[in-house]
Write a protein that binds this ligand. Structure first.
Ligand code: FE2
Length: 392
């Protein structure tokens, strides 16, 4: 009862794209959507991997069919450095483009969001780090994910790597939300099993962290709960049978829901502890989160027993007859089972990371304090160190 009162007694908001389209063949609608936005010259922002996979032709064809000029910027790097956004923004300004299309994984979508706003804002992308630091609206953007994980197409966030400071920096602005998000399972079927597993786990971590976040809202809990259910049931299928359209559809929907859930409800300690694995060991974002999530859930569990029991239920666990402690612990068992199903180890040592690396991981994680505020259990430096040591 107290919790319901709490929810009713505070303002809740849901940040979401203006329009979201979901279904097989949705990419074919991209040209029409750009015409509605008044676009005539589109810059597609993508990465070399997507180019190599030959996926770009489906989007380029849809744009050309509507008479839209198309150019491609394909130099997006993983964990995108700020300089990539600055370089692509210069391309967008000089080429006088009037719409930006992000096509690819989270890195391509984040760069596309940054480019769309920096096309009409002064300075460099790092000058706008923080909350609501972007002043000019920027160009309209259409975002099309080719992985099911980051949910970047549904969020008001853009994350870049500041190479000089060796850390990740985030921009938050409603101006980063796309005018149109297009979710087409057909462009995700060629994703290899390992990438499917890692990106799918990023979505899972968004869902679980936003579900237990102290800033969760009635909207975000509904979305996160459904995302947990969908991911548990569909990630192993998408991993085992990449061309299963139903599993791919459900994973895209889940990552989109989880994206909206965390963008409004917040993340937690797993993202804070995963980031240093990216900056120190160049581990992809989804992989680092997958590696840490079971350890962080085991640490957090006792601080939010009811919520973790609900996570267990969303993940299909039977908690009938169990104490609240046992029921909450079931969520940790369930995530371990899901990790095993898609062949991901939760041991840092399996990735060549050892005892000697712990101090710099702790140092890196301490820079990510914004993630510890919504986390259900407070963390001090000794807690962060203990979690890394348990993960060795
Ligand atoms: Fe993430």
């Amino acid at each position: 009862m107290k919790d319901i009162y709490y929810d009713l007694g505070r303002l809740s908001a849901l940040l979401a794209p203006n329009k979201t389209m979901l279904g097989k063949g949705a990419v074919g609608e991209t040209g029409k959507e750009i015409k509605i936005l008044g676009g005539k010259r589109a810059l597609i922002v993508t990465d070399p991997g997507v180019m190599k996979a030959g996926l770009i032709s489906s989007v380029a064809h849809a744009l050309k069919a509507e008479g839209i000029d198309v150019e491609i910027y394909d130099r997006v790097e993983a964990e995108p450095p700020a300089r990539v956004v600055d370089e692509a923004s210069e391309v967008a300004r000089k080429g006088r483009f009037d719409v930006i299309v992000g096509f690819g994984g989270g890195s391509s979508l984040d760069v596309a969001k940054g480019v769309a706003v920096m096309a009409t804002n002064r300075g460099k992308i790092v000058d706008h780090v923080g909350v609501n630091m972007i002043t000019s609206r920027g160009l309209p953007k259409v975002l099309i994910p080719t992985t099911a994980g980051t949910g970047s197409e549904a969020t008001w966030v853009c994350v870049v790597t500041d190479e000089e400071a060796n850390t990740k920096k985030s921009l938050y602005s409603h101006l980063l939300l796309p005018e149109v998000a297009i979710l087409d399972p057909a462009v995700t079927t060629s994703m290899p099993p390992a990438i499917t597993a890692f990106t799918g786990f990023d979505a899972f971590v968004h869902a679980v962290e936003s579900y237990v976040s102290v800033n969760a809202t009635p909207y975000t809990r509904i979305m996160a709960h459904e995302a947990l259910r969908l991911i548990t049931a569909n990630l192993p299928v998408a991993y085992a049978k990449g061309d299963d359209l139903r599993a791919r559809y459900n994973m895209l929907l889940a990552s989109n829901l989880a994206g909206m859930a965390f963008a409004s409800g917040g993340l937690g300690a797993c993202h804070g502890l995963a980031y240093p694995l990216g900056t120190e060991f160049h581990m992809p974002h989804g992989k680092s989160n997958a590696l840490m999530i079971a350890h962080v859930m085991a640490f957090n569990c006792m601080a939010s027993l009811e919520r973790y029991a609900e996570v267990a239920v969303a993940m299909g666990e039977n908690i009938a007859g169990l104490s609240i402690y046992e029921a909450a612990a079931k969520s940790v068992d369930a995530v371990k089972r899901l990790l095993a199903a898609v062949n991901i180890s939760s041991r840092l040592s399996d990735y060549g990371i050892g005892e000697k690396d712990v101090p710099k991981l702790v140092e890196g994680a301490l820079k990510q304090s914004r993630f510890y505020v919504p986390n259900p259990r407070n963390l001090i430096e000794a807690d962060i160190e203990a979690i890394y040591r348990k993960a060795l």
